[in-house]
Design a protein around this ligand. Sequence first.
Ligand SMILES: C[S@@+](CC[C@H](N)C(=O)[O-])C[C@H]1O[C@@H](n2cnc3c(N)ncnc32)[C@H](O)[C@@H]1O
Length: 650
Amino acid sequence: MPDVRTQLNHVRDLFRGVGIADTFAIIENVAELLRLGDAYQPPRGMTQRQTQEVRQLLEGAADKVDGVGPLFDRHLLFRLSKILPGGRYPTPRHIVSMIFRIAEVEPSHRLCDLACGSGGFLVCRGITDGNVERTVGVEISPEWVRIARTNAYLHDVQARVEAGNALYVCGPKGELDGETFDRILLNPPFGEKLDAGLAKEVVGWNVGSRSETVFAALALSRLADGGRAAVLVPSGVLSGTGAGERELRRRLVEEHDVEAVVSLPKDAFQPFSSLQTHLLLVRKRTQSQDARTWFLQVESDGYPSGRGRDLTIDPPSFGDLPLIERVLTVRDEEVEESLPEDSPRLGIRWMSLGDGNVRGAVVQAVGANVISSAERFPAVGDEAAFVLLTVESMFGQGGDLFYVKVSLDGGTAEPLEEDPQQLIQRLYKPKSTDPNPGTSLFFKRADPVRAVAFTTGGRALGVAIPSSSTGPPQHELRPSRFVGGEEETHHAGSPTQLLSDIYKNQRLLVRHVDNLLGRLELRPIAGQEGPAPLLGDAVPFGRLSPGQEAVWRRVRDRFENLGDEGQEKAALFTLEEVDGVEPATVASDITRLTVGLLERMGIVMPVTVTDPSTGNSAAFYRLVTEKDLWLLPPKEDPLGEEGVSEQGNT
Ligand SMILES: C[S@@+](CC[C@H](N)C(=O)[O-])C[C@H]1O[C@@H](n2cnc3c(N)ncnc32)[C@H](O)[C@@H]1O
C-alpha cells in the first residue's frame, strides 16, 4: 500500500507531466479539484483518465489521514518548502494550534485573522453551524483567498474570507468597517511596507509603515470589549526604537493587559523563516487589579532544529509548547498545593502532559507576597536537585523571608525549616572560599516576581511580573530582559561538565553560522510587491507595461537550488532566455530595454563569464541578491533608527 507521501508524489508527477511544475500551482490545482469536484477544469493536456487518477490518489491519501481537510491542510500545503514573495507561507500548524488553545477561543466567539493566508487559524475552529460571521479572514492575495476558502470548505468550517488589503477591508467603507472581534489571531507579513497614511487613518494614530507593527496595531483596534489578540511579531516590535513601535508598546502596556510574551525558538518557522518570532497575547483592558505579564522562553518546539523538519507530521517530541500552554491556560484557582497550609504565601501547580509524569511546576506568590529569588541546586548524595525559592511580603520589614524547597525529582515542595545557609553547608559542605553551588534561575532584574515556571530539569520557562513593571521609558517587552540566559554563580565542576558546556556552545555557534549562511543565500530580493532595497521608497512595478511585466516575471524566477537544503542562489541568464519568444535566438527590444531598466534599478546585474582555455567571453545577467547588498559599503541611513529594521520573512 503506497503511503500518503508516495501518493502525493504521484499527483505531483501527473501535473508535472502537463507542464505544471511549481509546487504552489499544483496546490492551487488540487484545491480547485477538491472544491469543485466534477466541475473542475483540468489544465490543458491532462486527460480525463489522468484527472480521474489524481482524484483517486487524493481519495486514497485522504483515507489515511482522517479525511480530505487534514490531507489538504497538513500534507499538501506543507509540501511548500520556502516562503513565497509577499511573505506568504502557511504558518506551521503546531504553532497555529498552540496559539488557538492559549487564546482560549470558544465556539461563541467571533474570531478573525486579518492576514489569513491558507486559513490555518480559521480551520482550527471546527464550527459547522452555518454562521459565517463567526469565523472571518482577510487576505490580500487572490490565490491565497481561494486556498483559505477551500481549506475552510474541506474542514466544513463556514467562514467569511474577505479578499483585499486588511487596511482597506477594515477601513472606512471597507467590508469590515466598524466590526470588532472577540479573538484576533494573526501571523502578519513581516518586513513589508504599508501605506503609513492609510494605516494612521484606519488605526487612529501614527503607527508608521512596517507591516508587523501596523497589523499588531490594527488587531488591537478591532478587539471587542474583553477580547483577546494573539499576534506573532518579530523582535523589533518588542524592543525597536522606531516611533511606531514605541507608541504601540506604550498603548499595549498602558491601555491593554499584556498577558504574555512568548519567545519562540529561531527554528519554529523553518523552512520558511529563521527570524526569531514572539507571540504577543493581549487582552483589551479589563481593569483587573492584579494584572501580570508572563515572559516565557521556548527552548524547543518539539521538532529537530534546522530546515529539514517534516511539518506534515506532529512534533516528534514534547518540546516546551505543551508546558507553555499549561502555564497560560490553567487558572489561579487550580493551585494544587499551598505553602504554608495555614496562611498560604505560595501556591504550586504541577504540570504533567497526561502521561502521569510531572514535567514542571508553576509557583505563584499569593496576596501581597512576591518571589524574590529562585535558585537551582544540583543533586548531591541522596538529595535530588531542587529549586530554592525566597518569598517576601511586599510590605515586609526585612527578616520577613519565607523559603520553599521544590524537589525536582517528580515534584514535592516544602517550607525550609532551617536557614538556607545551613542547608547549603549541610548538603554541599563548601569551604568559605567556594562560590555558592546554586544557579540563579529566573531573575535578570530586581523586579518583584509574581510567579515562576520551570521544568523538572530545573530549566526556567519564564516569570510573571506585575504588568506595571513593564512601564516607561521604553516599555520594552522582550522576554530576555526578564528571563533566560542563566547566570552561572559557580564554576563548572568536573571536566565532563566543562566539555559538555563547550559542546553545547559549539552547537549553538554552528546554528548561528548556518543561520547567517542561509540568509546570504536567500531568494533574491525580487518579490513582485517588494522593490529591491536599493530603490528606497520608489514602487516601480506598478508603472511597467504588460510586456515589461512579462519580462520581469521571467527574470524574477531566475534562481537555482543549491541542493537538498532548499537554499537558493541567483542563476545566470541571457537576454534570449528571458525573452519568452521561440525560437530564442535574438532578444526583442522590449526584453533588452526592460532588463536594462532593471539593471539601472539595481535589481539585476551584468556578469561576464570568460572561458580560461579559449579566452572567449559570454555576457549574462543575474538577480542582485541579499549577499550583494550585504557586500555594499555601508551608506548613511537618511531615515535614522526607523530605517534600521529587523526585516521580515523574505
Ligand atoms: C505569514 S502569512 C499568514 C499565514 C496564515 N496564518 C496561514 O496559516 O496560512 C501572511 C499573509 O498575510 C497576507 N498579507 C500581506 N499583506 C496583507 C494585507 N495588507 N492585507 C491582508 N493580508 C495581507 C499575505 O498574503 C500572507 O498570506
